[in-house]
Design a protein around this ligand. Structure first.
Ligand code: GRF
Length: 210
């Protein structure tokens, strides 16, 4: 049984999507061992408590990054977490944190990286005038929105869209993409060369087609 640790700072809809996928059997052989928020008032942490999950608040405000990271990692290890899922966690992880879970930390970002990293990616994409945007689930390294890409989903930008409607459609895809990415990682269905992640299953399908 895999133990997931969820880190969040806000609403928590990606966390809920992951929890729902586990409950519905779309992610098999996994449980959420702990949900950690760096903000006491994050709605996501209240939801975690309502769902009967272990929910911890480890405040980050005014604390050196690595000191806070050490406390978070201690909590994750105490709960035997083997996959960390950042779900709207508004903190950059220290290199030390990343090294504690090699290829075992995922993040979701609401754009097609490397376009529009950072805050308000949906608004950035809309204002830029792109015709296609989407979301990215990627491994986390010590750079913002940067590690190897696991799953991307595209979303067309419609002429009738505004930032909000685009953001809503991207979020729908985020919830699908995160489940898919977790299954890839937990199933060890991948290999990485440089920045390129290839799914082992798709590679063998490709071979069969030849
Ligand atoms: C999502 O758009 C995610 O891509 C970004 O932060 C937002 C979190 O939303 N990293 P939620 O808290 O999961 O609802």
């Amino acid at each position: 049984m895999h133990s997931l640790g969820i880190l969040l700072s806000g609403r928590g809809s990606n966390f809920v999507a992951i929890a729902d996928s586990i409950d519905a059997g779309r992610i098999a052989g996994a449980r959420i061992a702990v949900v950690v928020s760096n903000k006491a008032d994050a709605p996501g942490i209240a939801t975690a408590r309502q769902r009967g999950l272990n929910a911890l608040v480890i405040p980050s405000r005014g604390r050196p990054r690595e000191e806070h990271d050490r406390e978070v990692v201690a909590a994750l290890k105490q709960h035997n977490v083997d996959l960390v899922c950042l779900a709207g966690y508004m903190r950059l992880l220290s290199l030390w944190f990343v090294q504690q879970f090699p290829q075992r930390i995922l993040n979701i970002h609401p754009s097609l990286l490397p376009a529009f990293p950072g805050l308000e990616a949906q608004e950035q994409a809309f204002a830029y005038g792109v015709k296609v945007s989407g979301c990215t689930v990627h491994f986390v390294d010590e750079e913002l929105d940067h590690g190897a890409i696991v799953v991307q989903k595209t979303v067309p930008v419609l002429d009738t869209d505004d930032e909000h409607t685009l953001g809503v459609r991207i979020l729908e895809q985020e919830h699908i993409a995160y489940t898919e990415a977790i299954n890839v990682v937990l199933g060890r269905d991948f290999e990485i060369a440089g920045r390129r992640l290839r799914r082992s299953s798709q590679k063998s399908e490709g071979r069969r087609q030849k």
